[in-house]
Design a protein around this ligand. Structure first.
Ligand code: ZN
Length: 302
């Protein structure tokens, strides 16, 4: 089979090159996967803009209107951490639909990868830490409302806690949130996921992989989810400027393989999102984000 990949040219747009947020990484990831022959017109899916009905499942209508019309307060813009622009508005409204599309594709193919997404710090009515709309919460809420799944597991391995996802889904027992993150990282005030695993700074490959494997294995057995949304953030990398863990590139590859292997072994569909990653070497960063797609390809298509 062909591995379904979801992406959109609007994800990267001209952006201050020295900004901490590497907006060009999405286009670089596309290029990296094209060069490997993993991304071709035959397996590329392009999402449209999310409808307000979809976004309202997880977000406050007034907040959406404020963001779309560039009417956020200076304090809100600071917390968002990104300069508002028309291209930012456009990509922000498309990306949640990309994760939703990847989830639908995963439900029919077993696996699908969104080459963006994982904006897990976005809350119901405010942006935070480069995250404006919470694609994971929007996708979980929408699939549950559509009756496509009875239970969904959000397995978040970004180095930062998925606080927005946990808060938005706190009252939704059919969406299980799990965050494995470094305890010392942003956000300073953590939300409460259904399961939080807080790792000490400098945790390295062996311990990290053991924790990821046992945590996911237990969750799959206990919860029997119909779908896993996997946030494969690569800011766990030892040299990531915004992460405090000590995981190698080999460790990231191993993590992605074991997560996908566990899902596949249990016949649980899995949709991946790329999550965080902030290396100043943007090409190396894009290659790191490609690892999860490479592992998916090897497991489902090789
Ligand atoms: Zn992160």
């Amino acid at each position: 089979m062909l591995l379904p990949l979801v992406t959109h040219p609007a994800y990267s747009f001209p952006f201050p090159g020295r900004h901490r947020f590497p907006m060009e990484k999405f286009a670089l990831l596309n290029r990296c996967l094209s060069e490997q022959g993993l991304l071709t017109p035959a397996n590329t899916f392009r999402p449209g803009q999310a409808s307000l009905a979809v976004l309202h499942t997880a977000h406050c209508p007034q907040y959406l209107t404020r963001f779309c019309n560039n009417k956020q307060t200076p304090q809100e813009v600071r917390r968002m951490g990104l300069p508002w622009s028309e291209p930012l508005r456009k990509r922000t409204l498309i990306s949640p639909n990309g994760t939703l599309l990847a989830a639908h594709l995963a439900l029919s193919h077993g696996i699908a990868c969104h080459l963006a997404g994982g904006t897990h710090h976005a809350h119901y009515d405010f942006a935070s830490g480069f995250c404006i709309l919470n694609d994971l919460a929007v996708t979980a809420k929408t699939l549950l409302a559509q009756g496509k799944v009875k239970k969904v597991l959000i397995f978040d391995c970004d180095v930062h806690q998925g606080d927005g996802t946990a808060a938005i889904l706190a009252q939704e027992p059919r969406a299980i949130t799990c965050s494995i993150h470094c305890e010392k990282n942003f956000p300073a005030r953590k939300a409460q996921s259904d399961l939080d695993v807080a790792l000490a700074p400098n945790t390295s490959d062996a311990e990290y992989l053991q924790v990821v494997a046992s945590t996911l294995s237990n969750l799959i057995h206990q919860q029997q989810p119909d779908l896993i949304l996997y946030d494969a953030g690569v800011d766990i990398f030892s040299a990531d400027p915004l992460g405090l863990l000590n995981v190698s590139e080999t460790g990231i590859r191993e993590r992605d393989r074991l997560v996908l292997e566990l899902a596949k072994a249990h016949n649980t569909p899995v949709a991946t999102v790329i999550g965080g990653g902030y290396d100043d070497d943007r090409k190396a960063l894009a290659k790191r984000h490609a690892l999860v797609v490479e592992q998916a390809h090897q497991l489902w298509c090789a």
